[in-house]
Design a protein around this ligand. Structure first.
Ligand code: SF4
Ligand code: SF4
Length: 461
């Protein structure tokens, strides 16, 4: 059936979405849409017919193709304000009270002394009063929420692992009784994540762990030493090997000019230890800043990458990781909000019950927004996070990355206005979609990646 007869004159005018990325390869055209997160492949000659249809000319574009492209939001009504759609998504996400989120610092103290660390870290472990208050706050939330999400955080959270076990038990009891969906994850340096600990965490329904390895031993041990200066690489890698079958592990590799070019050796070491296909690895950009609190990061600035530099390094890193079965081929998925800091019903709880909005603020007394005792009544410092608004930023409003980024890192925008808040998709979106398409084609021929791809709609008529 052709659109000329099926959808022609009576159909409202349609156009391509502003969030489409179109990649032509051989006799196919791939169209990715950031707002839906979907990707559609059509024959090149069909795509030409779609173009004629959108131009209001006589066209043989099939109804099936037009339907797929419309469902995937690649084609939208001419008068649709896509920014308004995103803005409504953002406002609903920031104001959502059906979900409750806590980031809990079980130990602000840390066993490491990383030179780029943005925290000052006195040896504080979550105290008994804060444990009690956490349960009180959850009890107040239970009647109105459908889900409860916890991130165990530090300093080094496993220095307070007994608190994780105790609180998890109490959280699970309450959520299971109230039929509330519970999920948890942990951000840890990995040094204390033995297999036994991983098993305890899994029993606590911790669903994933993020661990950091900053290169092969020579560079990692310089960037992430113990407090006494001793190395940590071997212990962490042993733990990852032992725990990877217990707990999904994502390895973050922080990159800057000081460990540039060394990640390939790290990736080879991971393969040698049998971690191919068992962990995922991704690069992180070190952003150092000075908030006048005496954190190590305050003197670390000179070696950090700019966003464009990092965007290039990231592509190279991921290509090498994918080739070794250590990374998946993904594209940014649409989100409603960028992070916990801008969501009204989420809190970051320090070891003494003090509250923050942003992970980066933990331990910074200038950024305390209140206390668990009076959690419903934060001070004015909370407002700068809750009022963060990418829809007042002309750069975000015109940015193709907006659906998957939603304004990026509010903290980075506050301390260093410009592009430090940004997703690299803004700079490398075409390359990212092309890489994705190449992986999808390879998967179709049986030579693809081991990790699942987005569902791809291939329309053949
Ligand atoms: S970056 Fe993390 S592991 Fe390193 S010193 Fe800071 S809190 Fe500890
Ligand atoms: S990439 Fe940068 S400009 Fe684009 S939406 Fe994200 S924060 Fe805004």
């Amino acid at each position: 059936m052709s659109a000329g007869t099926a959808l022609g004159a009576s159909t409202a005018r349609l156009r391509l979405s502003r969030y489409d990325v179109v990649v032509e390869r051989g006799d196919k055209v791939w169209v990715h849409n950031g707002l839906s997160g979907r990707i559609v492949a059509v024959a090149a000659d069909e795509w030409r017919e779609v173009g004629l249809f959108l131009a209001g000319e006589s066209s043989r574009a099939s109804t099936e193709i037009l339907r797929e492209l419309t469902v995937g939001r690649m084609i939208v009504a001419d008068d649709l304000d896509e920014l308004e759609v995103l803005e409504r998504r953002y406002r609903a996400g920031t104001a959502d009270r059906s979900s409750f989120g806590l980031t809990i610092v079980t130990s602000l103290g840390c066993n490491f002394d990383c030179p780029y660390c943005f925290q000052v870290k006195p040896s504080e472990v979550l105290d008994a009063e804060t444990e009690r208050l956490l349960l009180e706050v959850l009890d107040e939330q239970l009647p109105t929420i459908r889900q409860f999400e916890v991130t165990w955080y530090g300093g080094e959270p496993l220095l307070g692992k007994d608190r994780i076990y105790r609180l998890s038990e109490a959280f699970l009891e309450r959520c299971d009784a109230g039929h509330i969906a519970y999920s948890a994850s942990i951000v840890t340096n990995g040094y204390l994540l033995t297999r036994e600990t991983a098993e305890r965490l899994r029993a606590c329904r911790v669903g994933s762990a993020q661990i950091t390895l900053d290169g092969p031993p020579e560079s990692h041990d310089l960037m992430r030493p113990l407090k006494n200066g001793r190395p940590t690489f071997d212990a962490i890698l042993d733990n990852v090997v032992e725990s990877a079958s217990v707990l999904p592990i994502a390895i973050r590799v922080n990159l800057d000019a000081s460990n540039s070019g060394e990640h390939e050796r790290l990736l080879d070491l991971l393969v040698d230890r049998g971690l191919s296909g068992r962990v995922t690895v991704y690069p992180g950009r070190i952003v150092a800043y000075d908030e006048g609190i005496g954190a190590p990061s305050e003197s670390y600035r000179p070696t950090c990458y700019t966003l464009p530099e990092f965007a290039g390094v990231e592509r190279d890193f991921l290509a090498q990781a994918r080739a070794r079965g250590l990374a998946s081929t993904t594209l940014p998925q649409p989100i409603s909000t960028p992070c916990t800091a801008v969501r009204v019903n989420e809190l970051v709880v320090g070891a003494r019950g003090e509250l923050y909005k942003c992970w980066d603020s933990v331990g910074n007394h200038h950024e305390v927004v209140g206390h668990l005792r009076s959690w419903k009544d934060p001070n004015d410092r909370a407002l700068k996070w809750l009022h963060y608004d990418p829809f007042t930023d002309e750069g975000c409003r015109s940015c193709i990355a907006l659906p998957g980024c939603m304004g990026g890192c509010a903290h980075h925008q506050m301390i260093d206005p410009g592009d430090s808040k940004c997703s690299t998709y803004r700079l490398t979106y075409r390359q990212q979609v092309e890489e994705y398409v190449a992986a999808a084609e390879a998967a179709g021929s049986g030579a693809g990646p081991r990790h699942p791809l987005l569902p791809i709609v291939t329309v053949n008529t």
